[in-house]
Ligand binder design. Structure first.
Ligand SMILES: Nc1ncnc2c1ncn2[C@@H]1O[C@H](COP(=O)(O)OP(=O)(O)OP(=O)(O)O)[C@@H](O)[C@H]1O
Length: 297
């Protein structure tokens, strides 16, 4: 397994050129270094997973690629051209679509209205061509195998999984080359997560470069071609799927060293009980109860 950053600066590995590439990108907010030396490449028909805990720098990374923030170091290229986006509009125009976990759609608006939000079809005198928009939204959602039923329903009444899927279908229809998914499964149960993961595969198979931001290595490993783990703003793992196993990804994500230290601390707190890193990592540790000495006042 490769735990080091494996790729040469400025050059994507493999035959295909990267749709989007970051080389040694950094971002400082005053004297806070949110990202340092981050390199990443996103290729057509591949899912690049970016994993990281809270504060790892995932949101900052998304904001740079989505045109909300400018990086302070390094280079971003889109289709080989060095690029700094001045606004989210510029990123969209370059084919970068971002689906935010909570802001994917406007909850009070209908499904078809959301599908065309900001890209409405109009006839003469600026009147909206509602019939065409409904027809196209229906066709596109069906093409992706998304069953919604009544497209006049406000999306607020749909499940979180359905909302994410509509946002993905919309990005594909409007010609995105790269789709950034911001923790799309974080608030979902197992079944709904499965549905969203299926549409991540569909987006990949439609030829998009998918960036799947998540803190869940199990979800990442089900769909990912490439894995990057961020920790405190730095890349601590950059590996292709055939270079690692799910256990290794999970271990790296959890932080083997930190787990060792935690298990050591827990052992000293309760020397009668044997707790090893494996037990902690796999969630086999006993949950504290009100009777547990550790939580007594
Ligand atoms: N606008 C800002 N000003 C100052 N520091 C910031 C700003 N935005 C983020 N940071 C800092 O940058 C670091 C990375 O934050 P970021 O939000 O990118 O991480 P994250 O991986 O998305 O975390 P989370 O999952 O908790 O949102 C953190 O230390 C954070 O406090």
């Amino acid at each position: 397994m490769s735990t080091a950053v494996a790729h040469e600066h400025g050059q994507a590995a493999g035959d295909q050129p990267a749709l989007l590439q970051l080389v040694d990108v950094g971002k400082s907010y005053g004297n806070v270094h949110a990202l340092r030396g981050v390199s990443l490449h996103v290729r057509q028909g591949e899912v690049t997973c970016v994993l990281g805990d809270n504060g790892a720098g995932k949101s900052t990374l998304i904001k740079i690629m989505a045109g909300l923030h400018k990086h302070t170091d390094g280079v971003m290229t889109i289709g080989g051209q060095e690029t700094v986006f001045g606004s989210p509009r510029e990123a969209q125009a370059a084919g970068i679509a971002t689906v935010y976990q909570h802001l994917a759609l406007a909850p009070l608006m209908s499904v078809w209205r959301n599908f065309f939000l900001g890209n409405e079809i109009t006839r003469g005198f600026g009147t909206m061509d509602i019939a065409s928009m409904k027809r196209i939204a229906d066709e596109e959602l069906r093409k992706m195998g998304i069953e919604i039923g009544d497209l006049d329903r406000p999306v607020g009444g749909l499940s979180g999984g359905q909302r994410q899927c509509i946002a993905i279908a919309r990005a594909i229809y409007f010609g995105a080359k790269v789709i950034i998914l911001d923790e799309p499964t974080a608030a979902l149960g197992v079944k709904q997560s499965g549905v969203v993961l299926k549409y991540i595969i569909k987006a990949r198979d439609a030829g998009l470069g998918v960036i799947f931001i998540t803190h869940n290595p199990h979800h990442a490993f089900l769909v990912g071609n490439h894995f990057v783990i961020l920790k405190l703003g730095r890349v601590v793992l950059d590996a292709h799927r055939d270079e690692l196993t799910l256990d290794e990804l999970t271990g790296q994500m959890a932080g083997g060293q930190e787990l060792e230290e935690l298990s050591h601390e827990l052992r000293s707190a309760d020397p009668g009980k044997v707790v090893d890193a494996h037990t902690v990592e796999h969630g086999e540790i006993e949950a504290p109860t009100l009777d547990h000495p550790a939580v007594k006042p």
